[in-house]
Ligand binder design. Structure first.
Ligand SMILES: Cc1ncc(COP(=O)(O)O)c(C=O)c1O
Length: 387
C-alpha cells in the first residue's frame, strides 16, 4: 500500500495543541504551526482500525497491557536495536515526560545536581528546576553543522551530579549520537557514579543512512547505570494517546524504580494507549519506511532551500526525526525582532530557542518539518520573504 503524506488534513477545531493553542501562545491563529513535535500526517490505518475495534466493544473499564502488547514491544526492540529483553525488564509509562519526572523524584533529592546538554528539549530543563533540583548545563558545540558534546566541559560539569538526562537522538535537531560518543558518556558517567536517563523517543525516526544505537547496548557499564524510555508516539504520530515504555537492565535499579511506580500507582495507561502501541509495533514497518522517506525529502528540501535562498541561516539538520535547529544570528535582528518577523511577517509558529537553554539561543528557533511537502515549501518561501 502506498501511503499519502501529501494530504492536507484540517486539524483546527479538534482541540489540537499545535493549532488550537496558537492564539494563546503566539497572539494570532493565522500561522503555519511548525512548533510542538507532532506531525500533520494521518495516524496509520492499522492503528486506527485497532482503536475502532476496541471501541466497538463499548465497555471502557480499566485495562492493562496484555500479552500481545508485550510481544509487540519486545519484538520491535529486538529487531530494531538488538535489545533482547525479558518483558519483566519493561514497564509501561503514560508518557516520557512523566517518566522522566518520576525518575527524578525516585532517584534524586531536592538540591541534587542534574546534568543536561543544551540546547535541549525544554522539559529536561524545567523538570529539574521545577522540582528543586540544581540544573547543570553543558553546552553543545556545533561542529560541521551538527551538534557535538564538548567532553572537556561535560567532564568538568558532571562532578557531583546524580543524574544525566540524555536525548538520544538529541532534540532539537535529531542528532544521532554515534557509538564512540555513547561509550565516552558511559565511561564518564560510570566513573562519576551518575545515573543516565536515556530518552530515546525519536529513535525509530532515525533517517537512513544514520543508525540509532540504544544507549544501554553500547557497553556493560551503560546497561548497568541507565534507564531507557522509548515510545511509538512520535514514530506513528499517536502522541496524544500517552503511550511509552521504560526498560532497565540492572536488577537493583529496576526493582527500585518499578517498585516506586507501582506503589504510587502513577504508571497505568489508558486502554487505547495499549491497543495503539501493539498495533503500531506489530504492523508498522512499511508505514514507517515510507514515512521516513517522506521526512528525508523534507530535510533535503529545507537543506536545498537554505543553501540557495537563505545562506545566512545556519541550520543543524535532523539525522533523526523532523526537527531542525535554525540559527539566525547572522541577521542584524534582536530576539524580539526575529520573533516578531517570524510571526507577523512569515506567519510561522516556530519554537523559541531560549526555551531550549536560555539567552545563548535567543537567535535560534526550532522548526518542525513533519508536514506535507507543499506546506513546507510555502513556509520556506514565507520565511525568505520575511527576512
Ligand atoms: C526528547 C523528547 N522526550 C519526550 C517528549 C514527549 O514525550 P511524551 O509525550 O511521551 O511525554 C518529546 C516530545 O517532543 C521529546 O522530544
Amino acid at each position: 500500500m502506498q501511503y499519502n503524506f501529501d494530504e492536507i488534513i484540517e486539524r483546527r477545531g479538534t482541540d489540537c495543541f499545535k493549532y488550537d493553542a496558537l492564539k494563546q501562545l503566539y497572539g494570532r491563529d493565522d500561522l503555519v504551526p511548525m512548533w510542538v513535535a507532532d506531525m500533520d500526517f494521518r495516524s496509520p490505518d492499522f492503528v486506527m482500525d485497532a482503536i475502532r475495534k476496541r471501541c466497538d466493544h463499548e465497555v471502557l473499564g480499566y485495562g492493562m497491557p496484555g500479552e500481545g502488547y508485550w510481544q509487540a514491544v519486545t519484538s520491535w526492540l529486538a529487531l530494531h536495536y538488538g535489545i533482547q529483553i525479558d518483558r519483566d525488564h519493561l514497564h509501561f509509562i503514560p508518557g516520557i515526560v512523566a517518566g522522566i519526572a518520576y525518575a527524578l523524584l525516585c532517584f534524586t533529592e531536592v538540591g541534587d545536581k542534574v546534568l543536561v546538554t543544551t540546547p535541549v528539549y525544554p522539559p529536561f530543563i524545567n523538570l529539574p528546576k521545577g522540582s528543586g533540583r540544581t540544573l547543570v548545563c553543558s553546552p553543545l558545540k556545533v561542529v560541521d553543522g551538527r551538534f557535538a558534546i564538548d567532553f572537556d566541559d561535560f567532564e568538568q560539569r558532571i562532578e557531583g551530579c546524580k543524574l544525566f538526562i540524555m536525548s538520544n537522538p538529541h532534540n532539537p535537531a535529531g542528532t544521532v549520537w554515534g557509538e564512540e560518543v555513547l561509550r565516552r558518556i558511559a565511561e564518564i558517567c560510570e566513573h562519576h557514579n551518575v545515573l543516565v536517563i536515556a530518552d530515546e523517543i525519536h529513535a525509530d525516526l532515525t533517517l537512513p543512512p544514520h543508525r540509532h544505537i540504544s544507549y544501554s547496548t553500547v557497553c556493560e557499564a551503560a546497561a548497568r547505570h541507565s534507564i531507557t524510555f522509548m515510545a511509538p508516539s512520535k514514530t506513528f504520530n499517536i502522541a496524544g494517546l500517552g503511550s511509552s515504555v521504560c526498560y532497565i537492565e540492572d536488577e537493583a535499579l529496576r526493582k527500585r524504580f518499578f517498585g516506586w511506580l507501582d506503589t504510587l500507582g502513577v504508571a497505568g495507561g489508558n486502554i487505547f494507549a495499549f491497543t495503539a502501541a501493539e498495533a503500531a509495533f506489530a504492523h508498522g514497518e512499511e508505514w514507517l519506511r515510507q514515512m521516513l522517506a517522506y521526512l528525508g525529502d523534507n530535510v533535503a528540501l529545507l537543506d536545498t532551500f537554505l543553501r540557495e535562498r537563505l545562506p545566512r541561516v545556519k541550520a543543524v539538520l535532523p539525522e533523526a526525526s523532523y526537527l531542525a535547529w535554525l540559527d539566525f544570528s547572522d541577521y542584524p535582528y534582536t530576539h524580539e525582532e526575529l520573533a516578531a518577523r517570524l510571526v507577523d511577517k512569515a506567519r510561522l509558529a516556530l519554537n523559541d530557542g531560549t526555551t531550549f537553554g536560555g539567552a545563548d539561543y535567543s537567535r535560534c528557533f526550532r522548526m518542525n518539518l513533519g508536514c506535507p511537502h507543499s506546506v513546507l515549501q510555502k513556509a520556506l518561501e514565507a520565511l525568505a520573504q520575511s527576512l
